[in-house]
Design a protein around this ligand. Structure first.
Ligand code: GLC
Length: 702
């Protein structure tokens, strides 16, 4: 007979004693659980929680989306601060801002009584058409990990758990629930697993979410190699592995295959981890009870670390939609904006303007709606559109019109949104195949990929017609993924990439356009001239894949993003790391504290003197790329291995130190199944983008 505890007894059980260490508390609780109670903890309860076990007083572990704020659908339809999309954060190249954002979102999670934030999404951008590009950081694993690590630390400093996702190679939404990503071992580790490895080793996230797709023939949720061998045994991951929602719903997956591989928690509910199936598998010897115990212990460990064992009133109360969070939302939007083109028309001088035309489908669009774009959607208490931001900024005597022919300036707010291509407000649940043909295309949205690289024709026509009426036409893009511009770029004097900038976007855009803020963002993803220039778009089999075999072949290997464009000498529209400023910078006096690295764990410091040579204060992102002069294996011509963001007043100069780690120079050697750096010479290339290199420095590895 199971012991029945009174409320008083529960309150005094050792697992509720926060003065004990967490392992002791977990063990105390664990030993009190019956087998059926353990089984109940292995699958979800009411979509976003684990089940409460009332007999021992165990509360639910509660999870919520998403990457840029607490999503409405997973938090009781609450309205919360809608921060800018992850692409904007990535374009800021600001580690401190990433940490601040992690802290702020965790405060909102805590305020809503949740324990796990289902974020960050750290999948690599392989194709510009991926519907979830706006939710991910970019194409370079080094940049991804350098920003995801502080984000996760920020979240978990608040005793809220982060959940890095989607493990791994969820790089397209087309057929996401059934597609098999065929990836060679070196590419898998060097490109797609690398950010997961570094984040897990450095930031110790409390959970990892498996991908929907297969990797090399096996679904992410019962992938023995990815989960048991790599995540647990090789990397020493201590948290729990949660399936993506519905990702275990396949015939091929079994209770045994999932549990043996190491899936801890099946969400949103049991398909494979039902009481019946688990008892059957135990009694027929297919599974061991210790596999159940391992999964339960991992879940309890994180429940303990995130306060589930504590009385809720003893936990930090958190905060939502505070002035601090609103300010941060604007700051991330401002720092993430990338000035792509400017003939000098920007910044706008408000003193010399008497009227402004504000046009375009994104000039007054609100993006924060329930499930708009998918699970990352955040509905905020308010949302400042560009039109509202301009109105907030300009003095009353400046007029806003819709007629560009008579105004000093025309501002065109264009880009994409989260609708399906047909404009239907449908949240496409997982692009499924129909009679092997239908593949749904949307814009920037979970569950669908974009259909093309270019802007919708109606927007291109609007650009051309507006420029005809007023050459002083500035294009502001509000989108989450690269756009082609071949039909119109040379016609306009300026283009500002503003991404999906959250609820303060309009104010941020106005402050950048009028020069209160000097844009400092750099592209975290290459903007190609043509889709066919992109590495994944070499053939149908490499994207969207062979629809009969349901297989997408990563034929490009490690050559994704700028690695590909550099190797094949293809000129992108705008290169990785590119972004203009309202001021200029000079790079001088490069030096090293040493020039030889010994071992992967060794590092050196590079110093460069940066000067703001213009007449406005501003920030520059100094980037360091490595070029192996005589590599023993095939290596990209350039790989990002360091960066620092530096703020300087006009004419100010500063010597900036940038750490270069041996591990970041390594490649994944499939002979030893590990990272390796061959002895040899390495040329460090220092500049303001992957293509704008100003200084070089040789180092070597012995
Ligand atoms: C969705 C998404 C995932 C999200 C989860 C919960 O399918 O793929 O990113 O966190 O379900 O909403």
């Amino acid at each position: 007979m199971d012991v029945i505890y009174s409320k008083q007894e529960i309150a005094h059980l050792p697992y509720r004693n926060s003065s004990l260490n967490i392992e002791k508390r977990v063990e105390d609780l664990f030993k009190r659980l019956t087998l059926d109670e353990k089984i109940r903890l292995l699958s979800g309860h009411r979509v976003f929680n684990t089940a409460p076990i009332k007999r021992v007083g165990l509360e639910r572990l509660r999870m919520t989306d998403g990457p840029f704020g607490v999503s409405m659908h997973s938090s009781g339809l609450s309205k919360n601060t809608r921060f800018p999309s992850t692409k904007a954060l990535a374009a800021s190249w600001n580690r401190d801002l990433a940490k601040d954002l992690g802290i702020a979102i965790a405060e909102e999670v805590r305020a809503l009584g949740r324990h796990i934030l289902l974020s960050p999404g750290i999948n690599i951008d392989r194709t510009p058409l991926n519907g979830r590009t706006f939710e991910y950081f970019g194409e370079d694993p080094y940049l991804v990990k350098e920003l995801a690590i502080p984000f996760v630390k920020g979240v978990q400093d608040q005793h809220v758990g982060a959940c890095v996702k989607h493990y791994v190679a969820n790089n397209q939404e087309v057929l996401r629930k059934v597609i098999n990503a065929e990836i060679d071992e070196r590419t898998l580790h060097e490109i797609y697993l690398r950010a997961f490895e570094e984040v897990i080793k450095d930031a110790n996230p409390y959970s990892v979410m498996t991908c929907f797709n297969k990797v090399n023939g096996t679904y992410g949720s019962d992938h023995q190699y990815l989960l048991k061998e790599i995540l647990y045994e090789k990397w020493g991951f201590e948290g729990f592995v949660v399936s993506d929602w519905g990702a275990t719903n396949h015939e091929e997956l079994t209770t045994k295959s999932c549990l043996r591989a190491g899936l801890s928690l099946e969400m949103p509910s049991g398909k494979k981890y039902t009481k019946k199936l688990l008892h059957e598998s135990l009694s027929n010897g297919e599974i061991k009870e210790e596999w159940i115990d391992n999964a339960v212990r991992r879940i309890l460990l994180i429940a303990g670390k995130t306060g589930v064992f504590n009385d809720p009133e003893t936990l930090p109360v958190g905060s939502r939609n505070t002035p601090e969070h609103q300010f941060l939302a604007r700051e991330v939007a401002e720092e993430g904006m990338v000035l792509l083109k400017n003939n000098g028309i920007l910044p706008l001088d408000i003193e010399s303007i008497s009227s402004i035309a504000v046009l375009g489908p994104n000039s007054n669009r609100k993006f924060g709606k329930l499930l708009y774009g998918g699970s990352s959607a955040v509905k905020s208490p308010y949302e400042v559109t560009p039109l509202e931001g301009i109105k907030n900024y300009i003095p009353p005597e400046v007029k806003i019109t819709q007629d560009p022919s008579k105004t000093d300036i025309a501002l065109l707010f264009l880009g994409l949104n989260h609708d399906k291509a047909g404009g239907r407000r449908e949240f496409v649940i997982g692009s499924m195949r129909k009679n092997n043909k239908e593949i749904r295309h949307g814009f920037d949205s979970e569950g669908a990929d974009r259909a093309e690289l270019e802007l919708p024709k109606s927007q291109i026509d609007l650009i051309k017609s507006t420029v005809k009426q007023n050459p002083n036409t500035v294009v502001v893009l509000i989108n989450g993924s690269p756009l082609g511009m071949k039909d119109w770029l040379e016609k306009v004097p300026a283009v500002l990439e503003a991404w999906y900038g959250g609820m303060e976007a309009g104010n941020a855009i106005a402050r950048v356009l009028f020069g209160d803020v000097n844009p400092s963002g750099k592209l975290p993803i290459t903007f190609p001239n043509l889709l066919s220039d992109s590495p994944a778009h070499n053939s149908q089999r490499s994207y969207p894949g062979d629809l009969d075999e349901l297989k997408v072949s990563y034929d490009e290997g490690i050559y994704i993003g700028y690695r590909h464009f550099e190797k094949f000498d293809i000129n992108p529209l705008f290169p990785f790391g590119f972004g203009l400023s309202y001021t200029t910078f000079s790079y001088d006096n490069l030096s090293l504290d040493k020039s030889v690295l010994n071992g992967l764990n060794d590092s050196l410091y590079l110093s460069v003197e940066l000067k703001n040579t213009g007449d406005r204060s501003g920030a520059e992102i100094i980037q360091v790329y490595a070029h192996h002069t005589n590599p023993k294996v095939d290596r990209p011509l350039k790989e990002l291995v360091g960066f620092e963001k530096v703020y300087l007043k006009s004419k100010e100069k500063k010597t900036v130190k940038i750490r270069i780690n041996g591990k970041d120079l390594a490649y994944y050697d499939v002979e030893i199944h590990d990272w390796k750096l061959d002895a040899g010479e390495i040329k460090l290339l220092i500049g303001s983008s992957s293509q704008d290199i100003y200084l070089e420095q040789m180092i070597s590895y012995s």
